[in-house]
Design a protein around this ligand. Structure first.
Ligand code: AHR
Length: 514
């Protein structure tokens, strides 16, 4: 294993084209011990641009086909993904959201201005009842992001009561008045969002004290168990994690981390669809760097929590490009095969750190940033990223299998990385699932997958690729990047040989001989 990495490092910088190392993935099928938290495949929906309005919610009177106000096409596509958890209502929006504006008869709800996202009018027609009912219909766990920045302890405490109290309490009575007799279940409660920035511009010390107050008064009603999440660091801010671990410690169940694959926060972030090979390789390097960032945050958490009781939740991640020219709603961006790679690589990494990484929520589910789905009025299209989530979903709740990867390397600026990214898991039925990405934009990889003593009787697979790395789906041509049956996996004596074309993502299902 060590030898392989040495080879990668020594040879990687020499060439992007010559085949220097025989690509091989060794899967230790007998060494799996950690279940991949299904919440790693989580999603995020903010009141931002057309994520909620137009993307998810059109209202019952819309001419767009809908189920109780949720657009039917989007609802069905999300149902297919089996999304395990949905974070809402922000993002930055969460710290200016006053939940009482969004309950009761819709025509009477307060109209406010969405100060974070373009000053558009927010009519609050999608509020608490609409969100929790959606989660119930999708069979997804709600993740509520509470207002700490501009709200009060009382306000958040009452929101929890409104949602979860079964008794004769004031907020439970208000909920009943609004047509919902039984409480919903609420597990994931975020105490603020980006409290170092749009969520209140706080220091980690000040936030830690505030968190402690909020946590006391967010009660657990009638058997409902809360998993309280502190607003964590951005990217490389290790001091934020250190301070929270020290000052909040086990008062929190989890701490978040935000990591965007973005060129920078000032100036152009680059086009989502017009880029060259160097841009592509930069994107791969930047997205893979999340592994190092996760490792460093985990190392800090290990110091204060050696028994691994506090989770790290990457509750915002994904690509951030310039807004699509001509689009009318904030942070609406196209999604190409390059984005699919960012999803594939990131999910492979999250699976590996599943012992500490308890959740991840890609930003965002519809029409915003690295979306699963794009809509325009009556039209809808699935993005390449959607297809990756669908191809990877077999990993949810399966046992992560440790792997070693031997491969050529690629490089971009100072970043050097293996040309192959992979992950493996074993599900409850004993099936082995392998996801792998050949990042090399030019060269196919003939990969040996070594499974030692595991003999296989069957292999099936799916491939996602396209003619060019900037290929993307549009409303007019929705299947430019679409999954196809993968046939280039051959069973051998101790595993299989898989020929993966350049710039392709493959998922395999392996049936071991019993
Ligand atoms: O996802 C878009 C924004 O990015 C979120 O509102 C905020 O939390 C982050 O800065």
């Amino acid at each position: 294993m060590k030898k392989h990495f040495l080879a990668i490092l020594l040879l990687g910088s020499i060439s992007l084209t010559a085949q220097t190392i025989a690509p091989k993935i060794t899967i230790h099928a007998d060494q799996g011990k950690n279940v991949i938290n299904k919440e790693i495949y989580g999603q995020f929906a903010e009141h931002l641009g057309s994520c909620i309005y137009g993307g998810i919610w059109v209202g019952e009177n819309s001419n767009i086909p809908n189920i109780k106000g949720y657009r039917t096409d989007v609802f069905n596509a999300l149902k297919e993904l089996q999304i395990p958890v949905l974070r809402w209502p922000g993002g930055c929006f969460a710290d200016e959201y006053h939940w009482m504006d969004g309950i009761g008869p819709r025509e009477k709800r307060a109209k406010i201005v969405n100060n974070n996202w373009g000053g558009v009018v927010e009519d609050n027609s999608f509020g608490t009842n609409e969100f929790f009912n959606l989660c119930e219909m999708l069979g997804t766990e709600p993740y509520l992001s509470g207002n700490v920045g501009s709200g009060t302890v009382e306000e958040l405490a009452k929101w929890v009561e409104y949602i979860t109290s079964a008794g004769d309490s004031p907020m439970a009575r208000l909920r009943r008045q609004n047509g919902r007799e039984n409480p919903w279940k609420l597990k994931y409660l975020g105490v603020g969002n980006e409290s170092w920035g749009c969520g209140g511009d706080m220091t980690p010390e000040y936030y830690s004290d505030l968190y402690r107050r909020y946590a006391v008064y967010c009660r657990e009603y009638d058997g409902n168990k809360l998993y309280k999440i502190a607003s964590g660091a951005s990217d490389y801010d290790y001091n934020w994690t250190e301070t929270l671990m020290k000052n909040i410690g086990h008062r929190m169940n989890g701490v978040s981390l935000h990591y965007y694959t973005v060129k920078g926060w000032n100036g152009s972030k680059g086009s989502a669809t017009k880029f060259d090979k160097n841009d592509y390789l930069w994107t791969m390097g930047k997205s893979l760097e999340i592994e190092d960032v996760i490792k460093k945050h985990i190392a800090i958490m290990d110091k204060y929590d050696p028994r691994n009781r506090i989770g790290l939740l990457v509750d915002e991640w994904g690509t951030w490009w310039d807004q699509e020219p001509g689009s009318k709603t904030a942070l609406y961006q196209q999604n190409s095969l390059r984005d699919a790679f960012v999803a594939a690589l990131s999910l492979n990494i999250f699976n590996k750190y599943t012992e500490r990484v308890k959740m991840a929520n890609i930003a965002q589910v519809v029409n915003v940033l690295q979306a699963m789905i794009l809509t325009n009025e009556t039209k809808m299209v699935l993005t390449p990223t959607y297809h990756v989530f669908n191809m990877y979903k077999a990993h949810m709740g399966a046992t992560n299998l440790p792997i070693d990867i031997q491969s050529d390397s690629l490089s971009s600026n100072t970043r050097k990385f293996a040309a192959i990214s992979a992950s493996a898991s074993k599900d409850a039925k004993g099936l082995i699932h392998v996801t792998l990405a050949n990042i090399d934009p030019d060269k196919e990889q003939k990969i040996t997958i070594d499974l030692a003593n595991v003999k296989l009787s069957k292999v099936s697979g799916t491939i996602l690729t396209a003619k060019t790395i900037d290929a993307h789906n549009t409303f007019e041509n929705p299947n430019v990047v679409t999954p196809a049956v993968f046939k280039d996996a051959k069973i051998g004596k101790t595993g299989l040989t898989v020929t993966v074309p350049a710039k392709a993502i493959v998922s395999l299902e392996l049936t071991p001989n019993l």
